[in-house]
Design a protein. Structure first.
Length: 395
């Protein structure tokens, strides 16, 4: 299918920009301001005092959702907006963030799964609670923009044609909704993180950095002597020290490490500390490297195996989302990604039991982790996705 990128904000448009204090969101605001847009800056307030420990590693997490730098980031955003004559607001989303991201994150890890908090945050906080907060302030706007590297596009044919002649005849299939497409700079592409945002929300969302590389954005920020140009890139992970702190509300339950044949190899410190494919921090001696191959929540076991044991032929996806909420209800082929850093691989997708889909890879994939997202792509455009429920091995 052919796609057209949706029109970017133009001179005179009123645009709300989500500001984090980092170089991407700052340059987004600058570019729109220079274009002649009326720019309003907003920042999410996620943390209350005492939420995070005072650890030495804190400095390395500045500009991260999980970092303790919120007060400094808000101060930077306020100063930036004052300098450039931009209206600025801080919007409190603490309760939504705790419920939708942190509580979910902990519950998933304690269930032996590996959640992706950034995907959850984008759906319910950045493009959910934050937009609701903007509305509650009575701010009317033409567009909402962020510094994500992705595109908003619209297909030139009905949505159902993406999935083939056997696609469902449901009326949603006749629509031509806004969809997420990959950015020009594939090394920084964030379409994977954004796949759960509803099409209706995407209609007023734009990503002005979609046509730039990260290198170009840093160069442009330095040319303008922006403070953000000197900041390190944000980190989308939580180090062990913070994991221990986040899980302090309940004691960990130690259990056994076992091999693929069920032999006990040692003791683990609690399943929430492990994820599929993990090698470091196991504390088990062996003749060859061992990795986490499976986690059994019911028996409180962590199964270790060789690297070759991590490969599987497919997966079952649950909690699916589709453009315009249109489930094609048919078998189709697509490229899929099982994590942000993985390369897309061609797969066959088919409806499965209980509103799930079976995804069978053309080539076996390594470390398919329940709780992570699998995203479906057609021609570089997201056409669906879901949460990995389980891996499939056909042999």
């Amino acid at each position: 299918m052919n796609y057209k990128e949706l029109e970017m904000p133009k001179a005179g448009d009123k645009v709300v920009v989500g500001l984090s204090g980092g170089v991407d969101s700052t340059m987004t605001a600058i570019l729109l301001k220079e274009k002649g847009c009326t720019v309003i800056g907003v920042t999410m307030s996620l943390w209350t005092e005492g939420d995070l420990p005072d650890l030495p590693i804190a400095a390395h997490l500045h500009d991260s959702c999980y970092g303790p730098g919120e007060v400094a980031d808000i101060a930077d955003c306020e100063q930036f907006c004052k300098q450039y004559g931009i209206e600025y607001h801080v919007i409190d989303v603490k309760e939504a963030y705790k419920k939708q991201v942190l509580d979910y994150f902990k519950a998933e890890y304690r269930a032996g799964r590996t959640p992706n908090p950034c995907i959850r945050c984008n759906r319910f906080i950045k493009f959910g609670a934050l937009l609701a907060g903007i509305e509650s302030l009575g701010i009317d706007y033409d567009y909402f923009c962020t510094g994500h590297y992705a595109k908003i596009v619209r297909g030139e044919q009905s949505l159902s044609t993406l999935y083939g002649e056997n696609a469902s005849s449901a009326p949603e299939g006749n629509s031509m909704p806004a969809q997420i497409a990959c950015a020009m700079d594939l090394t920084k592409d964030q379409a994977y993180f954004l796949y759960r945002i509803p099409s209706s929300v995407l209609e007023k969302v734009r990503f002005p950095l979609s046509g730039y590389t990260k290198k170009e954005i840093f160069a442009m920020a330095r040319e303008r002597n922006l403070k953000a140009a000197g900041k390190a890139e944000s980190q989308d992970f939580i180090p062990p020290e913070y994991m221990d702190y986040l899980f302090r509300d309940q004691p960990s339950v130690p259990g056994d490490f076992i091999d693929m044949d069920g032999h006990v190899l040692g003791r683990h410190k609690g399943i929430e500390h492990y994820t599929i494919g993990q090698r470091r921090g196991l504390g088990v001696s062996a003749k060859e490297p061992l990795y986490v191959a499976a986690i059994d929540k019911q028996k409180n076991l962590v199964v270790l195996g060789k690297d070759s044991d991590l490969f599987c032929d497919g997966l079952i996806a649950e909690d699916l989302v589709w453009p315009s909420d249109y489930d094609p209800c048919c078998e189709f082929s697509a490229s899929v990604k099982i994590r942000l850093a993985s390369k897309p691989v061609t797969a066959r997708l088919m409806p499965h039991e209980n509103n799930t889909y079976k995804v069978l890879f053309d080539e076996p994939q390594r470390a398919v982790a329940p709780g992570q997202s699998v995203v479906f792509y057609k021609d570089g455009v997201t056409c669906g996705g879901g949460i990995i429920a389980s891996a499939i091995s056909l042999n």
